[in-house]
Design a protein around this ligand. Structure first.
Ligand code: NAD
Length: 246
């Protein structure tokens, strides 16, 4: 059987690295993309079924080059996981345009650019797009004007992709993680926010990178062959409660 190839962005650490490892456990090979070359070199060390690609997903020329490099190295792309993201906690009046753009460039433009560049390859394989949004894209909060808006847009972009690309056999789905103790989250989660999440989440805890990766890999796999256009929260039940984001 042909070995499947997943392209995972933001793969140097956190949810992207856990996703890479799970794909490999399930027999895939992985193109690990990240703009942090040092961290990526450490992450890929010992992963025989993965190759590193140092690119920034928010820069159009780099994305074109990156897809060509991945295609050159592996010959095909069966799934693209748009996971690279940056966090930002700030209210509207404190979010200047440069800060707004910094968030949109990676969280939204990056998903658009990588997905668009990968479409010709995904048409060949009838592959899958998997975009990482967030519970912050499902709920408003007083602190996440740029981050929450970028993630809500990723949810809609996923639905657009599913509607448009279904005729080529390409599926597009979106995962909305709840809080996970990664570098991204812990840079912005105060003790107060951590305690509030513990209280508000029905499972009363943060998720693990692996728990998010399980959903991502499932949705990219043949096991989800009739699932497209879906938004799946992997959040310990948080979104079902109606409680506001801390
Ligand atoms: P992380 O900071 O641990 O990892 C993100 C990776 O993306 C880093 O290695 C970083 O170098 C890379 N990256 C950032 N911008 C990039 C760019 N422009 N080009 C290439 N690489 C880039 O973060 P994480 O928590 O694992 O987050 C992964 C995804 O999950 C993000 O989209 C994030 O918004 C989302 N998410 C995380 C949480 C959480 O609580 N951790 C919750 C909801 C959603």
């Amino acid at each position: 059987m042909t070995q499947k190839i997943a392209l995972v962005t933001g793969a140097a650490r956190g949810i992207g690295l856990a996703t890479t490892k799970l794909f490999i456990e399930e027999g895939w090979q992985v193109a690990m993309v990240d703009r942090d070359g040092d961290e990526l070199a450490i992450a890929v060390d010992g992963l025989d079924e993965a190759k590193p690609f140092v690119y920034d997903v928010s820069i159009p020329e780099q994305v074109t080059e990156m897809i060509a490099a991945v295609k050159g190295a592996f010959g095909r792309i069966d799934a693209v996981v748009n996971n690279a993201g940056v966090a930002d906690f700030g209210p509207i009046e404190e979010t200047d345009f440069a800060r707004w753009r910094r968030v949109m460039e990676t969280n939204l433009d990056g998903v658009f650019l990588v997905s668009q560049a990968a479409i010709p390859s995904l048409k060949e394989t009838k592959g899958a797009l998997l975009n990482i949004a967030s519970i912050s894209g499902l709920r408003a909060s007083t602190l996440r004007v740029a981050y929450g808006t970028s993630k809500a847009a990723v949810i809609q972009l996923t639905k657009q992709q599913a509607a448009e690309l279904g005729e080529y056999g390409i599926r597009a789905n979106c995962v909305c993680p709840g809080p996970v103790r990664t570098k991204l989250a812990m840079a912005v989660h105060s003790q107060e926010i951590i305690d509030a999440y513990h209280d508000a989440i029905p499972l009363n805890r943060y998720g693990s990178e692996r728990e998010i990766a399980e959903v991502i890999v499932f949705l990219c796999s043949e096991r989800a062959s009739y699932v497209t256009g879906q938004v799946v929260a992997s959040d310990g039940g948080f979104d079902s409660t109606g409680v506001g984001l801390p």
